[in-house]
Design a binder for this molecule. Structure first.
Ligand SMILES: [Mg+2]
Length: 124
């Protein structure tokens, strides 16, 4: 009780929440594919800013600091908000889309060739 979300919260429910949030603020007029795409990137950049100029150890140590971890979680959630907004506004099924894309990725990156490799699929 008291939590809006739990482990049973679906993507559909999250999209509905984002839609309600935006409609209550009359933000539909500002949200189009270009602006929403920029939102995704802008928030992803805010995520990267936490790690900029840090060593790998410094990056990993951030997750031991609850305040820092919350800041990182916030930026990840901001990015997810815009992804949900894009999918909600243009009726994109992210569950199906993710499933479909992961199947394509599995073909592009067969375990036999990609395991332990950081090469791009066209270099494997
Ligand atoms: Mg942010």
């Amino acid at each position: 009780m008291g939590h809006y979300m739990d482990s049973d919260t679906t993507i559909k429910e999250l999209k509905n929440r984002v839609q309600k949030f935006c409609e209550e603020r009359d933000w539909d007029q500002f949200h189009n594919p270009k602006e929403i795409s920029i939102g995704i990137i802008a928030e992803a950049v805010e995520l990267t800013e936490h790690f900029r100029w840090c060593s790998e150890k410094e990056c990993l140590d951030m997750f031991k600091d609850p305040k820092k971890k919350e800041e990182i979680r916030d930026e990840l959630s901001d990015t997810f908000y815009w992804i949900l907004r894009f999918a909600q506004k243009y009726d994109i099924d992210l569950s199906d889309g993710f499933d479909s894309k992961m199947k394509k990725n599995a073909i592009k990156y067969p375990i036999s060739k990609a395991k332990g490799s950081k090469k791009k699929y066209n270099e494997l």
